[in-house]
Write a protein that binds this ligand. Structure first.
Ligand code: UD1
Length: 339
């Protein structure tokens, strides 16, 4: 029998790629999404890739009674991969309560239902933002958690603590938090990808939209950082590699291979790239020059962050296979496929 897995936020950027990889690996997927930052059309893309239409329920996880009812109807759920959350850093500063409600209440309601089950497995989507500006690079999972720069970042830190505390008192619940570095790219089929609403806040969608002529130019935020070329350094991870890490984590839990009931893994490539290196790589894969200008630093940006992926490689048995150019080529193909 197929294991039934719930993917909350399964129509979003990362969620949709995870649904594809789960289906490819033989899992039965039920998607929950409130469509607040996604579109039902993503279902078509998933189905076109895998040939399997996942079950989809439009549901607002902030409504506790709806969550209780969902798990009653789907009593055979083996695990939950929880993406449903708000993710705009700047917006979270202005709307902190919305972020705490969206990102933490929903997590608590899901945990309350999983806690009731005989066996339950949870994968939580966390972020390298929990490390802030790490003192040592590359960043290992034992690097100290720094005070969050934004309510968004805080919801990731508190979310991890809520799960860790719950796992301590719940023998039946096992969980893994994956701390993503910078997810970019799209499925190679260009049938699913990132769909930013309005002006993209993240680097790669802004680059591809500029390459396509939808934006006049990219602003590079700061060129006086203490890095080789003065621009910030990040670890850009292909979303398909990232999606595969979720399947590896889920299999680890379901197979009972976990060392603790709550575990944390960094998910990145281990390689840092500067903003200018990303631009150059994009110019190469798109075979065109990109319009950009150097402007002041953006508030809240850390200088450099890239992962030590030793734990994910050795313990999870997962390693990123695709590189920056692969990811940018897929993001460019996706951008060009959009009307
Ligand atoms: C951001 C969030 C992080 C979140 C992640 C999700 C902040 C401070 N951090 O990471 O918490 O987990 O998104 O994907 O917002 N850049 C430009 N021009 C642009 C856009 C970005 O130069 O128009 C630069 C930034 O200064 C940064 C790099 O590109 O150096 C990457 O930026 P971005 O894609 O926004 O990701 P992060 O800021 O690393």
């Amino acid at each position: 029998m197929k294991h039934k897995i719930v993917v909350t936020g399964g129509l979003g950027f990362i969620g949709s790629h995870v649904v594809v990889e789960l289906q490819n690996e033989g899992f039965e997927v039920v998607i929950i999404d409130d469509l607040s930052n996604s579109s039902e059309a993503v279902l078509k893309g998933i189905t076109a890739i895998t040939g399997i239409q996942p079950v989809f329920e439009k549901l607002d996880l902030r409504d506790k009674n709806l969550v209780i009812d969902f798990f009653k109807r789907h009593h055979d759920v083996m695990g939950v991969i929880h993406f449903a959350a708000s993710k705009a850093v700047g917006e979270s500063v202005n709307l902190p309560l919305l972020y705490y409600e969206n990102n933490l209440n929903t997590l608590i309601y899901i945990l309350q239902e999983l806690h009731k089950k005989e066996a339950a497995h949870l994968i939580f989507s966390s972020s390298c933002t929990v490390y802030g500006q790490a003192d040592v690079l590359p960043i290992t999972e034992s690097a100290p958690i720094k005070a969050a720069e934004s309510p968004y970042g805080n919801t990731k830190q508190i979310g991890e603590e809520i799960i860790s505390d719950t796992c301590k008192v719940s023998d039946n619940l096992k969980a893994i938090a994956l701390r993503y570095f910078n997810p970019i790219g799209a499925h190679e089929s260009a049938k699913i990808g990132e769909l930013p609403i309005g002006t993209p806040q993240n680097l790669v969608p802004f680059i591809t939209q500029t390459g396509k002529g939808l934006r006049a130019e990219l602003s590079v935020f700061g060129n006086d950082y203490p890095t080789e070329d003065g621009t910030c350094v990040r670890d850009y991870i292909h979303v398909v590699d990232l999606a595969k890490a979720h399947v590896a984590a889920l299999k680890r839990l379901i197979g009972g291979a976990n060392a603790d009931n709550y575990e944390v893994f960094n998910i990145g490539t281990g390689k840092g790239s500067s903003v200018l290196e990303v631009i150059t790589a994009f110019e190469e894969v798109s075979n065109q020059k990109l319009n950009y200008k150097l402007v002041d630093r953006r508030a809240g940006d850390v200088v450099a962050a890239y992962a030590d992926t030793t734990k994910a490689n050795n313990v999870l048995g997962w390693k990123a296979k695709l590189n920056l150019k692969d990811a940018l080529a897929s993001a460019w193909k996706w951008e060009q496929s959009l009307k």
